[in-house]
Design a protein around this ligand. Structure first.
Ligand SMILES: [Zn+2]
Length: 238
């Protein structure tokens, strides 16, 4: 479940990211009143088994009921965890086209959700931001300068709000930001490691903050708007 919009009476429009059919939108009639059919499942990032029917020539599916597979509210929530969950939901709502199955993105989401706990949000947020950028096809090879191909490992690299990828020092543009060598190495590990492989490490909010800014900037450039949830994460110092 990505998000809901109230419509007239107690009806709600719901955006769902389904494993088999990608993102779909449907209408849940009387959802605000019917706890029996939708009870407790209208929270963003709730994993549900949805019963619904699609009709030809209609934009909205008819949602009949949800069974909760897992709810983000079954574990404690603080401001940082709520901001991380809102970030996952907003990124997917904004980047996924309707009716386009994205099995790799679905598996990414399930994996990061399992590790997004109070006190451990920065690893899953960083992992999700980098991998979403990659799966959308917006992440060039990070090992070299996108302009001249010079290898970047070992020193700082530079990124710019209007360009994909990283630049060497001679090719950095005015207004660039720095991605430190440690964060570049971490990005390379994230790309070749499953989520659990990184879960045992300490991730204070300062760790890879530059990598999060780099990937969030790439996402915002491609959807052509700012992510409100990224602003909330930034207020937390990340
Ligand atoms: Zn260069």
């Amino acid at each position: 479940m990505l998000r809901t919009w109230p419509v007239h009476e107690a009806d709600q429009i719901v955006s769902l990211f389904t494993r088999d059919y990608g993102k779909i939108k449907g209408i849940a009639k009387a959802a605000a009143r019917s706890r029996r059919r939708f009870g407790g499942a209208m929270e963003a990032m709730t994993h549900v088994r949805a019963s619904y029917a699609e009709k030809p020539r209609q934009d909205l599916a008819r949602l009949d009921s949800f069974d909760i597979v897992s709810s983000p509210l079954s574990a404690p929530v603080d401001y940082a965890r709520a901001a991380a969950l809102a970030f996952f939901a907003e990124v997917l709502e904004e980047t996924l086209p309707d009716h386009d199955p994205q099995d790799a993105v679905f598996r990414l989401l399930v994996a990061v959700l399992a590790h997004t706990r109070v006190g451990t949000v920065w690893m899953p947020v960083t992992y999700f931001a980098l991998w979403t950028t990659k799966l959308m096809g917006w992440l060039p090879e990070l090992g070299g300068c996108v302009q001249c191909g010079a290898p970047l490992a070992g020193g700082p690299a530079y990124y710019h709000p209007l360009s994909d990828g990283l630049f060497c020092a001679p090719h950095r543009r005015a207004g660039s930001s720095t991605l430190c060598a440690e964060s570049q190495a971490l990005a390379a590990r994230i790309v070749r490691s499953p989520v659990p492989a990184l879960a045992g490490e300490p991730w204070p909010r300062q760790r890879a903050a530059d990598l999060r800014r780099f990937t969030i900037q790439a996402l915002e450039r491609h959807i052509d708007r700012r992510l409100l949830s990224a602003l909330a994460l930034r207020r937390l110092g990340a």
